[in-house]
Write a protein that binds this ligand. Structure first.
Ligand code: ADP
Length: 194
């Protein structure tokens, strides 16, 4: 199995790079943001509970997020591996993810953090707002998401760094070049663990 976490602030390019990683390594993509949006669109019970958090750029409480993720893992017993995009966003989520991996006799093999400046992130989210009209790409909501990232999510980095699982990739430049760097980091992490 190959399990990867792709990490970075909103607008860092996690979704774009995930798509390329899926094609190359045939992984199951778990994007908690996409999952929440799908629940909201379908009007499920979970969707009704999370819509306010989601639209306002506030993290959904860990309990709901972790339960949704666990279900997604259980629904994909034959996966060759997973790419986690937008999860974990808190240390509690990172701990839960490790627990689930251990229970399944596997592990997170690499954590790839996309390093992008706040200025660049704001620029990209503005472009996406004009193209996709996501409610949480509105200017005031973007501020909130960036705050959530720096207040809560950033603490996940030392969690993985202490375990020697963190790799960083400069996330500004050509998509293919960034992808090449990500692949190099994944291969090195795999070899180190072999
Ligand atoms: P971004 O472009 O900000 O990375 P996502 O599509 O990953 O956005 O997530 C959108 C929203 O979904 C978040 O602002 C939050 O409300 C919710 N969400 C997604 N993943 C998580 C998570 N792991 N923990 C808590 N909330 C989450």
């Amino acid at each position: 199995m190959l399990n990867i976490v792709i990490f970075g602030p909103p607008g860092a390019g996690k979704g774009t790079q995930s798509q390329q990683l899926i094609d190359k390594y045939h992984l199951v993509h778990i994007s908690t943001g996409d999952l929440f949006r799908a629940h909201i669109k379908k009007g499920t019970e979970l969707g009704k509970k999370v819509v306010e958090y989601n639209n306002n750029g506030i993290l959904v409480p860990d309990e709901m997020t972790i339960a949704m993720l666990k279900k997604e893992l259980d629904d994909n017993p034959d996966a060759k591996g997973f790419i986690f995009d937008g999860f974990p966003r808190t240390v509690a989520q990172a701990e839960a993810l490790d627990r689930f991996m251990t229970e399944n006799g596997t592990a997170i093999h690499a954590v790839v953090a996309l390093d992008v400046t706040e200025e660049e992130v704001r620029r990209r989210l503005q472009i996406r707002r004009d193209a996709e009209h996501r409610p949480d790409d509105e200017a005031s909501k973007v501020n909130r998401r960036i705050e959530e990232y720096f207040n809560k999510t950033i603490h996940v980095l030392p969690y993985y760094a202490q375990q020697g699982r963190l790799t960083t990739v400069h996330g500004i430049g050509k998509v293919d070049q960034i992808f090449g760097q990500i692949c190099n980091n994944i291969e090195s992490a795999r070899q180190a663990q072999a």
